[in-house]
Design a protein around this ligand. Structure first.
Ligand code: IPM
Ligand code: MG
Length: 362
């Protein structure tokens, strides 16, 4: 029997609540399925670790993760520690250290979810955003000099490489090709940014030649926001730079009804390193410790993890359980206008996974 080695890193805020819930779902799944198992190792890195050790994770932390099949991650951020320290000291350290260059963010309106767009049914909004996850605006190139003096200067350089753009374009075209509509929108800003974004466009065109069956087009990032609101059904797979996709994916999640639902995978498509799966909602310090967090973003991330591991049937089983739960307003958490607790939603998903009716017809 295959045993998957999973690292869990709850991190901060409600990460400490939703990641154990994700583990519970995986345990229920392994029990119900019987054809694979999970071995978990938990890492208590994050803000508390920083207060104790002066760093977000140990210097050799990546070595502890290297042999894992996947990582389930909560959130890195702390009200008392500057955001750039928590981010670069943990999440980006893992994303960049393991060259997880494709960040994949699916968005759909799940059953029972009240999404804000009028005239937009669930069938009109079914997107996957591919976020370049290793360079661009988040490359970390830049500096700050003459601090505190009138001469003070600071730069954040958006660095793009041909290799970096080519590989994420190829990934996005391949993903678009695997989806029924075979439709890719390349988000750009080459009207204003005349170097890197122009290269981005050129490489998109080059890579598109390898995928003659994919229909593709370019859209400026500002126009893309309007199109997401006004003509959601004209989009399917979307590829964008690190920062553009960061912003567009929050918009996408909100348009689908809640940030509490949205999942993401930080993927190393070449599988040299473990990939990392996480909800995108953040730490939500206002509700932490109260058992009110929506665990669905984590459960959907678990679905993405199972797909990455090649457990397609198991992934579908969890997704069906999630959809049954979102369809029931009594199981909606506060972000969805309901009163359910993290524990109630988790228990409901686990029960559905265990129920024989959930089993796939052979
Ligand atoms: C995300 C988040 C992060 C990002 C934050 C927490 C730094 O917004 O994953 O979308 O910008 O990458
Ligand atoms: Mg974001």
């Amino acid at each position: 029997m295959k045993t998957y080695q999973i690292a869990t890193i709850p991190g901060d805020g409600i990460g400490k609540e939703v990641i154990p819930a994700g583990r519970q779902v995986l345990e229920a799944l392994a029990k119900a399925d019987g054809s694979f198992a999970f071995e978990f190792e938990n890492f208590g890195w994050g803000g508390d670790w920083y207060r104790e050790h002066g760093e977000m994770m140990p210097a050799d932390g990546l070595d502890a993760l290297r042999g894992k099949d996947a990582i389930l991650f909560g959130f890195a951020g702390d009200p008392d520690i500057p955001d750039h320290i928590t981010l670069w000291g943990l999440r980006l350290k893992i994303c960049q250290g393991f060259d997880q260059y494709a960040n994949v963010r699916p968005t759909r309106i799940l059953p029972g979810i009240d999404a804000p767009l009028k005239r937009c049914g669930p069938e009109d909004l079914n997107w996957v955003i591919v976020r370049e996850n290793s360079e661009g605006e988040y490359s970390g190139v830049g500096g700050r000099v003459h601090q505190g003096h009138p001469l003070e200067a600071a730069t954040d350089l958006s660095m793009m490489t041909r290799a970096g753009v080519e590989r994420v374009m190829r990934f996005a075209f391949k993903l678009a090709q695997s989806r029924p509509r075979k439709l890719l929108t390349v988000v750009t800003k080459s009207n204003a940014q005349r170097h890197a974004m122009v290269m981005w466009d050129e490489i998109a065109l080059q890579v598109s030649k390898e995928f003659p069956d994919v229909t593709w087009g370019k859209e400026l990032v500002d126009a893309a926001t309007a199109r997401m609101v006004n003509k959601p059904a004209t989009l399917d797979t979307i590829v964008a730079t690190n920062l553009h996709a960061d912003i567009l994916s929050d918009l996408a999640a909100a348009l689908a009804g809640s940030l509490g639902i949205a999942p993401t995978g930080n993927i190393d498509p070449e599988r040299r390193y473990p990939s990392m799966f996480e909800p995108i909602h953040g730490s939500a310090f206002d509700i932490m410790g109260k058992g009110l967090a929506n665990p669905v973003g984590t459960f959907w991330s678990v679905v993405m993890m199972l797909e990455h591991l090649g457990e397609q049937a198991a992934a579908e089983r969890v997704m069906r359980a999630i959809e049954k739960v979102t369809a029931n307003p009594a199981l909606h958490t506060g972000d969805l206008g309901g009163r359910a607790t993290t524990a109630q939603v988790t228990q409901a998903v686990c029960e559905l996974i265990a129920a024989p009716a959930q089993r796939r017809a052979a």
